[in-house]
Design a protein around this ligand. Structure first.
Ligand code: FE2
Ligand code: FE2
Length: 240
């Protein structure tokens, strides 16, 4: 799940949901925008809410978690107070499944993606997206498990932002993230950020991509609580 946008007023609001996740899944994956303004106070509220389930928790931060300039503290609070493994170009193996995580960045999709050309601020913007793609590749390269899951905040393909106003597509993700996902043949990709996007798509290499932003899941599956449960193969690490 993603885009919880936890605020100071969220005390008690997420506990029943996390309790249900714990009954349905072995690992909780959180795809960024965990807090609304990225304040330590919001992170402390979320950490207490996450106490409702004891299953392992793996997360990436989203753009909202950076808003107050305290992203490192937000990550530390979630790690120390709730045991969340916060990934940022890093990877972890949990219960025999590999997880690689990165926030990602914007820039658009396919042939119409922003190119590194012209003014320095444009080049810096594109560089930020390229850096995130490189971090994703580095994280995926570390995994030796047969089952591999990638978690992002920004979308790696245009398909799962479909439903959003087309004017903002370039701000919702970057297809520069797609190539590493296919090269390392991930079993599943989760992202958020596009609150009005579509719940499912595929990379060019046919990896399933799930937009798990809570508003997307609430709209697409109104009869279910806003999280997806996906099965991935479990096994011993493969040593190349
Ligand atoms: Fe969000
Ligand atoms: Fe976001």
């Amino acid at each position: 799940m993603g885009d919880l946008h936890c605020t100071r007023a969220s005390e008690g609001a997420f506990q029943p949901l996390f309790g249900k996740v714990g009954e349905s899944a072995d690992v909780l994956v959180l795809c960024g925008d965990l807090t609304d303004y990225g304040t330590p106070e919001e992170a402390r509220v979320l950490a207490r809410e996450l106490g409702a389930t004891k299953i392992p928790k793996v997360a990436v931060l989203g753009n909202h978690d950076f808003e107050s300039g305290a992203s490192a503290e937000v990550a530390r609070i979630l790690a120390d107070a709730a045991g969340v493994i916060v990934l940022d170009g890093t990877a972890v193996e949990v219960l025999g499944v590999g997880f690689a995580g990165v926030k990602g960045f914007a820039g658009g999709f396919g042939e119409r993606a922003l190119q590194s050309w012209g003014e320095e601020p444009i080049k810096a913007f594109v560089r930020a997206a390229l850096d995130e793609a490189l971090k994703l590749e580095t994280a995926l390269a570390r995994l030796r498990t047969p089952g591999r899951v990638a978690l992002l905040h920004y979308a790696p393909i245009g398909e799962t932002v479909g439903g959003e106003p087309t004017e903002i597509f370039p701000f919702l993700g970057s297809s520069r993230l797609e190539e590493p996902l296919d090269r390392y043949r991930v079993n599943a990709v989760f992202h958020g950020h596009a609150h009005r996007g579509s719940p499912e798509g595929r990379t060019k290499g046919n990896a399933p991509v799930y937009n798990v932003a809570m508003p997307v899941l609430a709209a697409a599956f109104p009869d279910q609580p806003p999280f997806r449960v996906i099965e991935v193969p479990v096994g011993e690490p493969v040593h190349a």
